[in-house]
Design a protein around this ligand. Sequence first.
Ligand code: BTN
Length: 244
Amino acid sequence: MNFHYITFKQLDSTNETAMKIVYQDKAVEGDVIVSEFQTAGKGNANNSWESEPGKNLTFSLILKPERIEPSKQFLLTVIVSLALKQLVESILQNRVVKIKWPNDIYVGNKKIAGILIQNIIFGNSIKYSIIGIGLNVNQKRFVSNAPNPVSLIHFTKKKYDLNILLSNILDKISYFYENISNRDNYFISMYENTLYKFNEQALYKAGNKIFSGSIVGVSDFGRLQIKTERGNIEEFDFKEVKFL
Ligand code: BTN
């Protein structure tokens, strides 16, 4: 895939800017909106995304995944999470890097990266996918109430070149993306095997209920499957279940 960089010193949110470009009908697959600073960086579920100016990677990649059926859109989450997880793993070689369902990248018990994917679906195809990625790189202190943020620099005490990281992550995403149709089951099981707390007994909260269970996989729609102590497998959507 060819990437076309559109760079900003500052904007509200790279996902928002990507969305505007899409709706102006000016988007091309491979467009990458990068900003040194976001004044209103967006996280999942209306959270905001904290990133100090110039310290971290905050960008959005535009794809046109028309060959992926909307019912399989979770595959995009799968491949982007795998790509980002592999990148972090290649840098922090002696650390345990996992994907916390659905798409947070964790090093140990701390979050190093987040992904916000927004798909634009018309009829029976995904016309565009906006893949927003925030990877904490050189930021040493976090001031928001995000529960457990961490950066690459915390682990290695080294400063990283953001452009090199960006090009590495884009290459990885592009590799997975180009192989998505023929290897989807393979990628899903790779994703499942790398999930934070996969096959481990842990506590979860759904509504008012606290229960113990172990993650056994994800459904085609990306719902999290947890085997409860009674042996039932229950499925949850994002926000229906909390990790305790
Ligand atoms: C999350 O974990 O809640 C998702 C965070 C996604 C943050 C990135 S930063 C670049 C892109 N633009 C945004 O406004 N959000 C995403």
